[in-house]
Design a binder for this molecule. Structure first.
Ligand SMILES: Nc1ncnc2c1ncn2[C@@H]1O[C@H](COP(=O)(O)OP(=O)(O)OP(=O)(O)O)[C@@H](O)[C@H]1O
Length: 238
């Protein structure tokens, strides 16, 4: 569903933020992307979803290049950034309908999904209010519903659990399982290793822009915790 091949990114006037990264996220995967601050996670994620341009390597979504066929790729992808700066002057429900229009989600299905995910995330009662009045977590919930409204084949999230209350975190994990059970793929960055260990069937660890390990979580961790594995591989690479 997502293939990142020999991807490198250098910012203008900067060092190489990501260096020759290759990884594959398959349908049904919940894939965790782990690394220290400044490791290159957001750079990779923004390039995957077509927000950042890049010169080296190739990124394919559902077999299509994000550079050559950005619209086709974006039609099947949802992206939830770490800071959901969504239209402040709209109400939650107007924003969700706006996204529903863009993705051409029929009105009946749209209403059902807004009701389902609004209730699950306990935000239905506030959807008539202006987004400018929302807390960070409430904006995140609306951003999540806007992703779920069009049932993306690939959902990409940057630090999705930061700012969500415990119940919403559990709901999000359940939604992720449900999506992947229906054949979608999820790729997300996180610093919370306990969450990655329990939730992700696959993980990748990146350090200073380079991939250190990747693969099935259980095979990589063995009898250890992901925390121990992370510390070991980070130390080994010094
Ligand atoms: N717009 C930018 N211009 C120049 N350098 C940048 C820019 N954005 C990120 N970088 C650099 O690229 C490297 C990777 O940053 P990135 O934001 O991808 O890391 P990250 O793994 O997402 O970090 P964090 O966990 O702190 O969010 C860092 O060295 C950072 O300073």
């Amino acid at each position: 569903m997502l293939e990142i091949r020999n991807f490198s990114k250098t910012y203008k006037k900067g060092k190489k933020a990501v260096d020759n990264l290759t990884l594959t996220v398959e349908a049904g995967d919940i894939y965790g992307f782990i690394g220290h601050n400044g490791a290159g996670k957001s750079t990779t994620i923004k390039s995957v979803v077509g927000v950042l341009d890049f010169e080296e390597g190739e990124i394919l979504i559902d077999g299509k290049s994000i550079r050559k066929s950005p619209v086709e790729c974006k039609k099947v992808t949802a992206y939830i950034p770490d800071n959901p700066d969504i239209y402040e002057h709209l109400t939650g429900v107007k924003y969700l309908n706006f996204i529903g229009d863009i993705y051409e989600v029929p009105s009946k299905i749209r209403k059902e999904r807004i009701a389902k995910y609004g209730d699950l995330l306990e935000i239905t009662g506030s959807l008539g209010d202006l987004i400018s009045s929302y807390s960070h977590g409430m904006k995140q919930k609306v951003a999540l519903i806007s992703a779920l409204i069009h049932q993306p084949k690939l959902m990409v999230l940057d630090e999705p659990f930061v700012g969500l209350d415990p119940k919403a975190s559990i709901t999000l994990k359940n939604i992720m399982h449900e999506m992947c059970g229906n054949g979608s793929a999820i790729f997300f960055s996180t610093h919370v290793l306990e969450v990655a260990e329990k939730l992700c069937n696959k993980i990748a660890i990146i350090k200073d822009g380079r991939l250190i390990v990747s693969g099935e979580t259980e095979k990589l961790t063995g009898d250890e915790s992901l925390e121990n594995l992370f510390l070991e591989v980070i130390e080994d690479e010094k």
